[in-house]
Write a protein that binds this ligand. Structure first.
Ligand code: NAP
Length: 173
């Protein structure tokens, strides 16, 4: 039995993230998706709440045969204990999939868990920063996120929220 872990901010969860999850579930028996920076929302970089992102991910992975658990994880001030913090919040893990060098390092220093590279797919189209930019600009973005994520974003009037906070952030700078 191998339980894998994927972590990201998922602002929003896009088709590249879904392709990554589809790839990882080929290698594991169960999957845990950590919704990182769970304490952050309503900013240009992090517009969606943890609860909204849990909905996005849960609905977008609903088609999987592999049991999948979606867990929000707050950031903490001390990187040195973050991997332990994560492990205290999620089911027991065997392998962590990430491309973030800091996340690799923190989990490698934590014993008992393997770390594997996680590919990202069609990065030119599926990139959170550019999808958020498109929402602010009123450019097309719906074809770059799974349909259930479109529904969540529309339910919370997410594009309008993002335009509001982007305007606010710009006014402050
Ligand atoms: P992230 O903030 O979600 O992603 C960082 C950048 O990497 C984004 O541009 C993201 O693109 C990109 N990316 C994500 N997965 C990728 C992949 N497979 N290939 C290429 N690029 C990829 O960071 P993360 O590393 O995925 O998630 C780490 C989470 O853990 C964050 O919430 C972070 O705050 C948290 N963390 C917290 C602490 C602490 O609290 N002390 C320490 C370490 C990490 P997209 O925007 O398109 O996803």
């Amino acid at each position: 039995m191998t339980r894998g872990f994927v972590v990201g901010r998922f602002q929003p969860f896009h088709c590249g993230h879904r392709a990554l999850v589809d790839h990882v579930v080929e290698e594991v028996d169960e999957l845990v998706v950590g919704v990182g920076s769970a304490d952050v929302s309503h900013t240009t970089q992090d517009p969606f709440t943890a609860g909204e992102r849990v909905l996005m991910v849960s609905r977008a992975v609903d088609h999987l045969d592999v049991p999948t658990y979606v867990v929000p994880i707050q950031d903490i001030d001390r990187n040195a204990v973050w991997a332990g913090h994560v492990r205290s919040m999620v089911p027991p893990l065997d392998v962590v999939y990430t491309n973030n060098p800091l996340v690799v390092r923190l989990f490698e220093e934590e014993s008992g868990v393997a770390v594997r590279q996680s590919p990202m797919f069609d990065r030119d189209r599926f990139e959170g920063t550019d999808i958020r930019r498109a929402m602010v600009a009123g450019d097309p973005w719906r074809d770059r996120v799974p349909d259930p994520v479109v529904d969540v974003i529309e339910e919370v009037d997410g594009a309008d929220r993002l335009r509001t906070v982007a305007g606010d952030d710009a006014a402050e700078n």
